[in-house]
Design a protein around this ligand. Structure first.
Ligand SMILES: Cc1cc2nc3c(=O)[nH]c(=O)nc-3n(C[C@H](O)[C@H](O)[C@H](O)COP(=O)(O)OP(=O)(O)OC[C@H]3O[C@@H](n4cnc5c(N)ncnc54)[C@H](O)[C@@H]3O)c2cc1C
Length: 512
């Protein structure tokens, strides 16, 4: 049975896909369900269409001279073309800096509100390129997907967590739900089961399916692959769409974020789906358990995510500052300190991210990785920082966040307009429209269903915070940091004992 991708089955290209090509690729009969109905075309359905456009905008930025200089670097695949800087494996600190800058350009286009942009998944796939041999019989597949992802800048989603069902049982006992191999065929593996959460997957081209969590001992579950999003038997059950609610109940001013940046958190289901052998990367218990610890794919994911959160905090700090202009409380000392705390939080995130570059360490194969210790500490602490920023906004803008009572239409109404302009104005000479615009924006960011989902996202998207704190401890034990910390304390304690100081520099008080 031939398991590897040896033929060059796709056309080589010198430039990443364009926005139009990306959108066209989504019109492929993929099976997305929402509200119990099958979506005919995700690019035109009101639940997804604006978010699809927001992603297309990222691809169009490659051809925009305002952004292309920071986005593009030469490929390392031999294509002679250009790619997004984070889609090329990092082998130097300059590569990491270029990846950071490219991610930042993309994130600023979405104001930091889309987490699963294509560059997040690049974090996983670029690992294939620095160490393809690791994949054994699937090494050519690793090379193929690295090359293709880089040259086309594919949009790949990922789902790596078993659904929260019968958590106390082993996978064998939850075979009816957890992703597993049903059988092998000449064409590939027949897969059934569900994975969560496949955020943004309805708008992806492929979905990376892997394992995270308790080590596996059954080959049937030990499979890592790239599922074609439109493959037969691949189904996505999408949650209620904030984009569609916004479109049906309001205008863009009232939901300026959720109406276009809603990454739908779908549940991914395989119902006897055929995954071609060319798309398989791991199919054995030993490798599946070693993949995350050895590839440390998390490090690059955290690196992208911290850049994203940095932009989001820039945005929140700016929005808070502008809201305070409206409420007229921005000159109070306590309120200024609160804004300063959000700005400080932003600096902590940017600083940790840059620290990951400064202390970059040898990665998988010939790669150079962002510093893992800083990365996992970021992953554990970021949810608290984000929740704190959200709480500060709620404390300092307070009821003001809710005072976005107008849709804009009132200003054209001769009867309502004078009332609205008088009673709903902002501080100083700011108009009712000024007030409504910023307060709607802030409400969408932190108060709406979209805003609440973002706090849940920051809390959980990189695994449970408890697991990341355990990660910090494990890194410190492994790299000698904890020994160094303990050594510092031992050094202090070694300088005295019950009889007093052990050197004659200090006075022990016996003369008093
Ligand atoms: C908005 C959102 C978007 C997401 N997007 C993605 C995505 O795109 N791709 C993806 O793969 N995942 C995604 N995730 C899923 C994310 O990876 C998981 O939510 C995360 O790993 C936490 O796992 P869980 O939700 O299953 O919670 P659990 O792991 O079940 O944790 C819940 C609680 O139970 C405890 N617990 C669970 N199991 C044990 C155990 N065995 N022993 C002791 N305590 C236990 C935990 O400590 C925790 O307190 C997303 C999640 C959210 C909320």
């Amino acid at each position: 049975m031939e398991h590897s991708q040896t033929a060059e089955t796709t056309t080589r290209r010198q430039r990443p896909q364009t926005g139009a090509e990306y959108l066209e690729s989504l019109r492929d009969d993929r099976e997305v369900w929402i509200y119990g109905e099958r979506v005919e075309d995700v690019t035109t359905h009101p639940a997804f269409r604006n978010s699809a456009q927001s992603l297309a905008e990222l691809f169009d930025a490659f051809d925009d001279p305002r952004y292309s200089g920071k986005l593009l670097v030469p490929t390392d695949t031999g294509s002679g073309g250009m790619t997004h800087a984070f889609f090329r494996a990092s082998r130097s600190q300059d590569d990491l800096r270029a990846g950071r800058d490219a991610t930042e350009v993309w994130q600023r286009l979405g104001f930091g509100w889309m987490g699963r942009t294509p560059d997040y998944k690049a974090a996983l796939v670029t690992g294939f390129g620095t160490n393809p041999e690791w994949f054994g019989e699937f090494a050519d597949n690793a090379r193929y997907w690295y090359r293709r992802t880089q040259e086309e800048v594919l949009h790949i989603g990922h789902a790596i967590v078993h659904p929260p069902v019968d958590r106390a049982k082993g996978p064998d006992q939850v075979r009816d739900v957890f992703v597993h191999v049903d059988r092998e065929t000449d064409a590939g593996l027949i897969i059934s089961g569900a994975k969560v959460v496949a955020t943004g997957s309805p708008l992806t081209q492929y979905i990376y399916v892997s394992h995270f969590g308790v080590p596996l001992d059954n080959k049937d579950f030990s499979v890592v692959f790239l599922a074609p999003t439109n493959g037969p038997g691949v189904k996505m059950f999408a949650r209620a769409s904030y984009e569609e609610v916004a479109a049906r109940t309001a205008n863009p001013m009232m939901y300026p974020l959720s109406s276009r940046l809603d990454e739908n958190d779908a549940i991914l289901v395989f119902d006897e789906a055929l995954i071609p052998w060319e798309n398989v990367l791991v199919y054995d218990t030993d490798r599946v358990n070693r993949l995350d610890p050895e590839s440390r794919r998390q490090t690059r994911g955290i690196f992208q995510a911290s850049t994203r959160l940095g932009v989001k905090l820039d945005f929140l700090a700016g929005a808070l500052s502008k809201a305070l202009d409206i409420t007229g409380t921005g000159s109070f000392r306590g309120v200024q300190a609160a804004l300063g705390e959000v700005i400080g939080t932003r600096h902590v995130v940017h600083g940790l991210r840059d620290g990951m570059i400064e202390r970059a360490e040898p990665g998988w194969g010939d790669g150079l990785d962002p510093h893992f210790g800083y990365g996992i500490a970021y992953a554990a602490l970021a949810p608290k920082l984000y929740s704190r920023a959200r709480a500060i906004i709620e404390e300092t803008v307070a009821s003001g966040i809710l005072e976005h009572a107008i849709s804009g239409l009132e200003l054209d109404d001769p009867e309502l307009s004078p009332l609205v302009n008088r009673f709903l104005r902002g501080s100083g000479d700011r108009s009712a429209l000024d007030r409504a615009k910023i307060m709607h924006l802030l409400w969408d960011a932190v108060g709406s269903e979209f805003g609440a989902r973002h706090e849940l996202y920051e809390l959980n998207y990189f695994g449970a915070p408890e697991a990341n704190n355990l990660g910090s401890l494990a890194v410190a034990k492994n790299d000698g940091t904890l020994d160094d910390m303990r050594g510092l304390v031992e050094e202090c304690m070694s300088q005295y004992d019950i009889t007093g100081w052990k050197n004659d520099r200090f006075f022990d008080g016996t003369d008093l």
